[in-house]
Design a protein around this ligand. Structure first.
Ligand code: TXA
Ligand code: MG
Length: 323
């Protein structure tokens, strides 16, 4: 059974090796004390996720980066100073003490300082409970492997029903999309973006004063980013303004119940108008996909937002969901 915890109880559960779902500004994470490999291994069992997929370690302060990373190149330091706390994960060479359970045996570790007061309070309470100055919570998104990330505590309870997991309710996630992941592990090669997300690429480039390549195509450098991810149960079909009416008619003709997520109203069974405000669209996207699954829709026809700013990450998730 999942159960509700407050910060104090959550820290106790983590300290004795249990799992706690944590609110962050992006999505909810399924957390364990990153210093306890046995606890971290339980995350994979609960999620049904391959154990070779590395986890992000969540820290309370930018100062803790130096405890978890062996070195921090100047460009990574600059990103951390300007954009943390926030929806940004840096991949850095791991410190020697970081366990293989967290990194999937890699020589790097993903580090992030979430911008959510309850997440920070929980990490600090874990530090106190363990008598450490730089505790970290290792956490993937708190959904079962392959499905849409949870953006409310209710989503977590629904997904992890039957599991022995404490849930810290921090309300609805303010950003609603996973963090942007920047690979900073190869100081000579410079940074590259492994996953687009809550911090727009344009902002990263502005902070660094230089273009930053996307490494999201090609052989998977961030395992766990395969196409089938981020998908609701309903089939997602990508359309344009020009093709959307035909796509809806085609699916309805085969007797399927069709929803549309588009900039205007359509003749779908359920027509949802996309916000033109990208932040609002991102915030509500996963809850909308979940709600349509709950209503039993078979197909969701979506019009992609423009691929810039947060629209790039929204388009990325919807495209993955459609594969
Ligand atoms: O916003 C987020 O990032 C959320 C919240 C909970 O922090 N977390 C999240 O975790 O989305 P997850 O595990 O669902 O996705 C993290 C991605 C995975 O694709 C993983 O392979 C990649 O980050 N990753 C983690 N550590 C890595 C590393 N050392 N090298 C390469 N990729 C890494
Ligand atoms: Mg995930």
């Amino acid at each position: 059974m999942t159960y509700t915890v407050d910060v104090a109880r959550g820290a106790e559960v983590l300290a004795r090796g249990g799992l706690v779902a944590i609110p962050t500004e992006t999505v909810y994470g399924l957390g364990a004390d990153a210093h306890q490999p046995e606890a971290v291994r339980r995350i994979f069992a609960v999620k049904g996720r391959p154990t070779t997929h590395p986890l992000i370690v969540h820290l309370a302060h930018v100062d803790a980066l130096a405890h978890w990373a062996r070195t921090i190149p100047p460009f990574a330091r600059r990103l951390a100073d300007v954009l943390m706390p926030g929806p940004l994960t840096l991949i850095l060479p791991r410190a020697d003490h970081v366990s293989d359970a967290v990194t999937g045996g890699r020589d790097t570790v993903g580090l992030r300082v979430p911008r959510h007061p309850l997440a920070i309070a929980l990490i600090e309470a874990l530090s106190l409970a363990r008598g450490e100055s730089h505790a970290g919570i290792a956490a993937p998104s708190a959904n079962r492997f392959g499905s849409v990330s949870p953006t409310t505590a209710a989503h977590v309870h629904a997904d992890l029903e039957g599991e022995d997991v404490g849930v810290l309710d921090g309300g609805s996630c303010e950003v609603g999309l996973e963090s942007t992941i920047v690979d900073c592990a190869a100081a000579d090669a410079g940074p590259s973006i492994l996953r687009v997300g809550g911090i727009p690429r344009e902002l990263i480039e502005e902070v660094l004063g230089a273009p930053v390549p996307l490494a999201t195509e090609g052989p998977s450098r961030a395992p766990g980013m395969m196409a089938s991810h981020y998908a609701p149960r309903a089939r997602v079909v990508i359309a344009t303004r020009e093709t959307i009416d035909d796509a809806i008619a085609h699916a309805r003709a085969s007797g399927l119940r069709v929803a549309s997520l588009a900039r205007g109203a359509t003749h779908a069974d359920r027509s949802i108008t996309m916000s033109t405000n990208e932040a609002a669209l991102a915030r509500d996207l996963y809850a909308t996909l979940r709600a349509l699954d709950g209503e039993g829709l078979d197909v969701i026809v979506v019009e992609l937002p423009e691929a810039r700013g947060l629209g790039l990450a929204i388009a990325d998730r919807l495209t993955r969901a459609s594969r």
